[in-house]
Design a protein around this ligand. Structure first.
Ligand code: FAD
Length: 456
């Protein structure tokens, strides 16, 4: 038996950040990870996808260089070199992460852990005892019961696609959510034939509908089939039916199954230990406490906001409560809030948003005022992206209070601008406050300020 202050189960963003914060506060922390430190995000999610997207953007920029006075002869790309770059970035980040855990004194155990009950985890054949357990087992890809999918070597999930040895010439993506759109954008911009089949009437369901349509239309290298339900897959041929009953087929070389992810609640004793589960996720309160005393859960396993930065924030909220429960520090008033978590779709182009969409506001019965502006009038955007690049900003405010409740962006740099928008929504600023903030010129972010002056 080994005794620790805290045992963390799962070494993804939620788990490793919790371990780091608690170790930095002087706790004796054991971090148990069955695979590779960094979890989904570092190894098969955020970092590898964005690295390959960066490669694709360099390729696209080289192809379009002529417009900017840069002539390159015979622009080509090398998929295996792109893969090598991806691996190098991931490995360097992993080395850095392992060094951080070591520096902070986190004990990392490579093993599969099992929750036995409050304060008790089993791993590598040994009982691990602690006054606090933080569960961060993440999520796994969802696999819908579509005929011909299971066991089909031509059907892969995002992990399989990122490792695919050759660039697929024809890719069919099932699911137009964030992962499907990002990977469709990647392969489309490299010149592949890419089809996305989506059951709903628009891509990326959590996006503002207007902005989702702008993003979809901007992704000219991808063919979207909306309102279409996949019925079967045979080899890499996808058969689907449109809403009007018309049947159609797409012949591809590879099929990406991208219908979402589900919390990883199986195989580590959640049910047996008595954890409260709802809709396949661990139920937590606003301090990330589960129903079991001394057991917290953070990240994707909670089924709320399946994003790395949401996992980070949940970890910080849980850590504050773990420390308060141990009588360390000043006590915790930290609570998890979900209404100002920014999100990004790293498509071609990017999209990002924070807060309410128009549909959310309508569902809440809020009267709103709004402004939508294209980015092409923005000097920096035009200079760097060209006149045919697509971009749009949309600002939504509550009519009664003037409070900014949603900011939605499509276009280059959206991912880098959205944190400022999140600060506006998080701090509950009014449109009049936003108008008084000075933005640097020339920047693309000035479009947010412009929208504030346009709002009606
Ligand atoms: P995970 O990162 O899934 O980590 C959980 C860890 O727990 C895993 O390493 C697993 O091996 C381990 N584990 C599970 N069970 C046990 C056990 N019993 N014992 C020991 N270890 C265990 N999010 C973003 O914010 N931005 C993005 O750009 C982005 N891109 C993505 C792209 C793709 C293709 C995918 C798939 C996801 C992407 N995500 C992105 C989502 C992001 O990866 C997750 O939200 C994030 O990794 C969640 O962190 P987590 O700590 O909850 O879980």
């Amino acid at each position: 038996m080994s005794v620790h202050d805290v045992v963390v189960l799962g070494g993804g963003p939620g788990g490793y950040l919790a371990a780091e914060r608690l170790a930095a506060a002087g706790r004796k922390v054991l971090l148990i990870e069955k695979g590779r430190l960094g979890g989904t995000c570092l190894n098969v999610g955020c970092i590898p996808t964005k690295t390959l997207l960066a490669c694709a953007k360099h390729y696209a920029a080289a192809l379009e260089g002529e417009r900017f006075g840069v002539r390159a002869e015979r622009v080509t790309f090398d998929w295996s070199a792109m893969q090598a770059w991806k691996r190098e970035v991931v490995e360097r980040q992993l080395t850095g992460l392992a060094a951080t855990e070591k520096r902070l004194g986190v004990e990392v155990l490579k093993a599969e852990g099992r929750l036995l009950g409050p304060g008790r985890v089993e791993a590598a054949g040994e009982l691990r005892q602690a006054s606090a357990v933080v569960v961060a087992t993440g999520s796994v890809p969802a696999l819908p019961p579509i005929s011909g999918v299971r066991g089909n070597p031509r059907v892969v999930d995002s992990t399989g696609l990122l490792e695919w040895p050759d660039m697929p010439r024809r890719l069919c993506v099932i699911g137009g959510g964030v992962i499907g759109v990002e990977l469709a954008g990647l392969f489309g911009s490299l010149g592949g034939q890419v089809d996305v089949v989506e059951m709903l009437d628009e891509i990326v369901p959590f996006m503002d509908r207007d902005q989702a349509a702008v993003l979809r239309r901007a992704m000219k290298a991808v063919r979207f089939h909306l309102g279409c339900k996949v019925e079967s897959v045979d080899g890499a041929t996808v058969s689907f039916r449109a809403k009007d009953g018309t049947a159609a087929k797409i012949e591809a070389d590879l099929v990406l199954m991208a219908v979402g992810r589900q919390p990883a609640v199986a195989g580590w004793g959640a049910e047996e230990a008595g954890l409260d589960l709802r809709a396949g996720a661990v139920v937590v309160d606003e301090r990330m406490r589960t129903n079991l005393p001394g057991v917290w859960a953070v990240g994707d396993v909670t089924g709320r906001s399946l994003l790395a930065h949401a996992a980070y924030r949940m970890a910080e909220v849980a850590c504050a409560d773990v420390l308060a429960s141990a009588g360390v520090g000043p006590g915790s008033r930290d609570r998890m809030r979900y209404d100002a978590i920014p999100w990004v779709v790293y498509g071609m182009p990017e999209a990002a948003g924070v807060g309410a969409t128009e549909a959310d506001a309508r569902a809440r019965g809020l009267a709103i005022k709004k402004a939508s502006l294209p980015l092409r009038a923005n000097g920096r955007f035009a200079a760097e992206q060209g006149f045919s690049a697509v971009g749009a900003v949309k600002l939504i405010a509550e009519a009664a209070t003037d409070r900014v409740i949603g900011i939605h962006l499509v276009g280059a740099y959206a991912s880098e601008m959205i944190w400022g928008a999140a600060a506006v929504v998080e701090q509950e600023l009014r449109v009049s406050d936003l108008k008084q903030i000075v933005f640097p010129h020339p920047t693309v972010s000035e479009a947010i300020r412009e929208a504030a002056w346009e709002i009606a």
